[in-house]
Design a protein around this ligand. Structure first.
Ligand SMILES: C[S@@+](CC[C@H](N)C(=O)[O-])C[C@H]1O[C@@H](n2cnc3c(N)ncnc32)[C@H](O)[C@@H]1O
Length: 186
């Protein structure tokens, strides 16, 4: 865990100061945002967390990097936004059940976490997920393939959800999988 944290911390130290901006795909679909509690998983410097907090969400922002989180918390406080940063190693995570109206996951994928991610959404809650797919192995040789979405895309990980948008292969190099899905009412 320490090695992973150190790696991300030093990367974020290098990027320090650059304004975190939201993912353009999230901005494009901002009409789907409502209000309530949002979880931004592996939030990094928190461009997405800040964006949805500005839309009125209370955001829990989880990441392993203390460097990224301290910068995010300072920025959120400055803007008076309801963002709560939590340092957590998602290899050992536990998420509350049926707690969030919105879950954001951008550029982080571990299939072992998908059940917990589904479980932490409230009925009718929305998930917006974008991350690298299997094609990324040719874009970034050496990338750990266990953390790449298989060709079938992300829909297999959201069974019984209403799929609003499903793109197994998007982006300039077709190396990104994206999904927007709503948990059923129950
Ligand atoms: C590619 S970045 C994406 C950051 C952000 N979601 C974005 O789209 O800008 C991946 C993030 O996952 C975090 N991360 C990697 N391994 C992690 C772990 N085991 N637990 C929690 N966060 C982790 C890193 O610190 C990093 O911020």
């Amino acid at each position: 865990m320490k090695k992973n944290r150190e790696r991300w911390d030093s990367r974020y130290l290098e990027e320090r100061g650059a304004a975190p901006s939201p993912d353009p795909w999230l901005v494009e679909h901002a009409d789907l945002l409502e209000s309530g509690r949002c979880l931004d998983l592996a939030c990094g410097r928190g461009g997405n967390a800040l964006f949805v907090a500005e839309k009125g969400y209370t955001v829990h922002a989880i990441d392993i990097s203390l460097t990224a989180l301290s910068e995010l918390q300072a920025e959120a406080n400055l803007r008076n936004l309801d963002v709560h940063c939590v340092a957590m190693d998602l290899d050992y995570c536990s998420l509350p059940a049926s707690f969030y109206e919105l879950v954001l996951v951008f550029y982080f994928f571990d299939p072992r976490l998908m059940e917990a991610i589904r479980g932490c959404l409230k009925p009718c809650g929305l998930i917006m997920y974008a991350t690298y797919n299997h094609r990324h192995a040719s874009v970034r040789p050496g990338f750990n393939e266990a953390y790449l979405v298989p060709p079938t895309g992300l829909a297999n990980y959201t069974p019984n959800f209403e799929i609003l948008l499903n793109e197994p292969s998007a982006g300039e190099r077709r190396n990104v999988a994206r999904i927007i899905a709503r948990k059923q009412k129950q």
